[in-house]
Design a protein around this ligand. Structure first.
Ligand code: A2P
Ligand code: MG
Ligand code: MG
Ligand code: MG
Length: 355
């Protein structure tokens, strides 16, 4: 029985949900970038898009997969939206969700403010090792979203603690390689949808609806030919540590810094060969920040581990319990990458606490 599990309906639903959410987010991002008055540090537009995206994904999954047991582990909850001063924001979100649904035309429904709050709150699940749980980051890469750069809608399904499918909608990612992104990104059409189902590979299509094509990680074996991705935000990952690892490994190209799980998508199609993520001490990684990206990369032939070389374990609840950082690359480069990571970590520990 378990062998015959194919998750085909679930994948189709996930793609539909993420695509609709991406449309909602693009609407909001265009508004932010258009308005001169809106200060970029104003958090309200992203809030509207985060909540709207989460409500839409939750709604579409439940419409498409009418099953009694729906569990969603998602980043946002409606706590702040239920407060007195939030009425106007909630109304904006409800309108955005309804406008997106009616432009799409699949469902003939109109949500009330309460429906939206309920949809958002369906994301309160704790996940864990039993049963099925959807895992959602409604906007991953908030900082990138506000800057008008990369962000992603990341949705995955866990079955008995394992990621069995994932989709990454990256509305601003060019359809062609960003390996030399400084040159001509503005000429390329943007908007990618990555999808992966366990045992069947990773695919990419345009968010406008082109046919999916199979993607594969880079087959670079010589670190001198490899390039690596890391966070755009230095607050999210230690750039100095990545740079020391890259030097040790013999990587020559400068880092490619982009926001969000778009890094996993770009890696899955071979735009770069390595992704290094070393958050500051004390930061705990959440499952929705890696579940979808992880299966998109592994089904494309890559590997994602922590700094000790252990597979990422998504079965422990809302957090990932891991050693030090996350590293992602192809199978050929992983052994030497792990060595470089461990050597750099050791050096860092020695300089941080001299005897
Ligand atoms: N201090 C932090 N360290 C590491 N990651 C963070 C930190 N603060 C937020 N994040 C999360 O890191 C992810 C994006 O990182 P990056 O773009 O650098 O890869 C997002 O999931 C973001 O959350 P959010 O989903 O709210 O944007
Ligand atoms: Mg995130
Ligand atoms: Mg988020
Ligand atoms: Mg956030």
């Amino acid at each position: 029985m378990a062998m015959a599990e194919s998750y085909g309906r679930e994948l189709a639903a996930a793609k539909k949900a993420a695509s609709l959410a991406a449309r909602l987010c693009q609407t909001v991002q265009k508004e932010i970038l258009k308005s001169d008055v809106q200060s970029k540090s104003d958090k309200s537009p992203v809030t509207v898009a985060d909540y709207g995206s989460q409500a839409l994904v939750s709604l579409v999954l439940r419409k498409e997969l009418s099953s009694d047991s729906f569990s969603l582990v998602a980043e946002e909850d409606s706590g702040d939206l239920r407060k007195d001063g939030a009425k106007e924001t909630l109304k904006r979100i409800t309108k955005l969700v309804n406008d997106t649904l009616s432009a799409d035309g699949t469902y003939d429904i109109s949500l009330s403010d309460d429906d939206v709050l309920d949809a958002i709150d369906s994301g309160k699940s704790e996940g864990g090792p039993d049963g099925r749980h959807w895992v959602l980051d409604p906007i991953d890469g908030t900082k990138g979203f506000l800057r008008g750069d990369q962000y992603a809608i990341a949705l995955a399904l866990l079955d008995k603690g394992k990621v069995v499918l994932g989709v990454l909608a990256c509305p601003n990612l060019p359809l062609t390689s960003i390996a030399d992104s400084n040159k001509n990104t503005h000429e390329s059409q943007v908007g990618c949808l990555f999808s992966a189902k366990i045992g069947t590979g990773s695919y990419m299509q345009s968010l406008d609806g082109s046919a999916p094509t199979k993607v594969h990680v880079s087959n670079v074996e010589n670190p001198a030919d490899a390039s690596f991705f890391e966070s755009f935000e230095a607050a999210h990952s230690l750039h100095d540590l990545s740079s020391s690892i890259a030097t040790k490994l013999g990587v020559q190209a400068p880092p490619v810094r982009i926001d969000s799980q778009a890094k996993y998508g770009a890696l899955a199609r071979g735009d770069g060969a390595i992704y290094l993520r070393f958050p500051h001490k004390g930061y705990r990684e959440k499952i929705w920040d890696h579940a979808a990206g992880c299966i998109v990369v592994t089904e494309a032939g890559g590997i994602a581990t922590d700094a000790a070389g252990n597979d990422l374990d998504f079965s422990k609840g809302r957090f990932l319990d891991l050693d030090t950082g996350i590293i992602v690359t192809n199978k050929k480069l992983m052994p030497s990458l792990l060595n470089a990571v461990q050597a750099s970590l050791k050096e860092q520990a020695q300089t941080a606490s001299p005897l």
